[in-house]
Design a protein around this ligand. Structure first.
Ligand code: HEC
Length: 131
């Protein structure tokens, strides 16, 4: 093989390698802006202190990883617009968020619902239930 052909082939192989590496690090879909903002609302209100996502967080409220499979967007928006008094002693009102923050939270929940979690979270244990 001539030196010139060798150099052209090397350059092409390197180009192909660089392209494939670049392609493999791209995510299949990026996080929508509204979902990113929803995550910031989630952080700002410290929702994690009472709710878990992917199993991490507090156990006062339920896990939110797949909440959109259980509640429609309309139900969630309605919940945020009219937060209930919370169990167990029904004295504290559930944190209230603005309509815009509620929309972003719903986008965030829709986004995390699509992340494959291999069946996580497992079925929650009812309080008072023994193992
Ligand atoms: C002080 C603890 C606490 C904090 C902080 C908190 N939650 Fe809750 N959340 C609860 C409890 C308890 C319930 C169950 C309400 C009831 O008694 O029905 C609940 C219920 C919910 C529900 C309804 C679940 C369903 O099955 O319908 C959603 C959605 C929710 N919370 C989202 C949030 C978001 C988003 C935040 C942050 C903005 C947040 N929560 C902050 C304790 C909390």
């Amino acid at each position: 093989m001539k030196l010139r052909s060798f150099m052209i082939l090397s350059a092409l192989s390197f180009g192909g390698f660089a392209f494939l590496s670049w392609q493999s690090v791209q995510l299949p879909y990026s996080m929508p802006e509204a979902a990113t903002q929803g995550k910031q609302v989630w952080q700002a209100y410290n929702c994690i202190s009472c709710h878990t996502v992917f199993g991490n967080g507090g156990y006062n409220g339920e896990d939110m990883t797949h909440i959109v499979s259980k509640r429609s967007s309309k139900e969630l928006l309605n919940f945020f617009a009219n937060p209930p008094v919370m169990r167990p002693n029904h004295k504290l009102l559930h944190p209230k968020v603005s309509p815009e923050e509620a929309q972003n939270l719903v986008q965030y929940f829709n986004y995390i619902d699509k992340i494959p979690t291999l069946g996580w979270p497992p079925k929650a244990r009812k309080s008072g239930e023994s193992t």
